[in-house]
Design a protein around this ligand. Sequence first.
Ligand SMILES: O=C(O)CCC(=O)C(=O)O
Length: 288
Amino acid sequence: MTYGDLTPLRDVTDEEVKTFWRDGVVCLRAIMPAGWLAMLADAVEHYLHSERAFSLTAFGEETVDPGKPRSKPKGHFYGGTDHWQKDDICRRFACESPLPAIAGRLLRATKINLYEDSMLVKEPGATDKTAFHQDLSYFHVEGDQLCTTWIPLDPVRPETGALQFVKGSHLWRKLYRPNYFVSTQSMPDTDGDDAPDFHTDRRNAEILCFDTEPGDITVHHALTLHGADGNHSLSARRRAMSVRYCGDDARYKLRRGAPRKPHHERIEPGSILDHDDCPVVWRAESPS
Ligand SMILES: O=C(O)CCC(=O)C(=O)O
């Protein structure tokens, strides 16, 4: 299968690097080549038609908030992690696409490790909100050079589930408890305060939200609080993939109560991430 042009469309600018560190998020316009988006679209359909497809909508209703009155969503929010370990296209997307170099440039890193990927599909009528959270609450890692790239495959607007970011919240240097993503309920036995719910109270915060087209991506810092509305369209899909990366200063740190992957049982807290399950996917070219 050939997917068309895979070459990077452009570099990240100095202004975009500054914006990332100032606001905790940056929207990079027209940066992902169509070939990589076509590959990702195939991987998404493959996942959605597989036995692995996991409905966060059903999970929320049945497991997290059973019995809580909810308006019945007409579509499902599908989500899963670590597709790169099971699907060759997802592995190529996370490891060989322009994303690792984009993360390296934004994080001002000399090397980049892949932390994980997440498929995040809000089908038409999937009215589940994504609860406000910080990615670092789920990462068994500490450091500052940590980011999530979010790659949409459809035009995305606030009413179809565009991400909403609390501007500058990465600078608060405060880590909240992880929640169940489709519920504001914090996970048990986790440390810190509950994440504030900016869906119900904006608290005078400045919320950044970007209308995006395929080819645009957003990249946010792992401490940036963010969430999203549901997809209220009954015809437009909101297919997206997040790929999460770490730079030089990242070290393993086990966080009590946060979901663990099998390799987390074997890691040494304080050690660098270079590991088959967290591979180095990019290194800066050394000056010749
Ligand atoms: O796609 C969504 O609704 C949420 C994405 C997100 O929170 C993330 O990838 O960190």
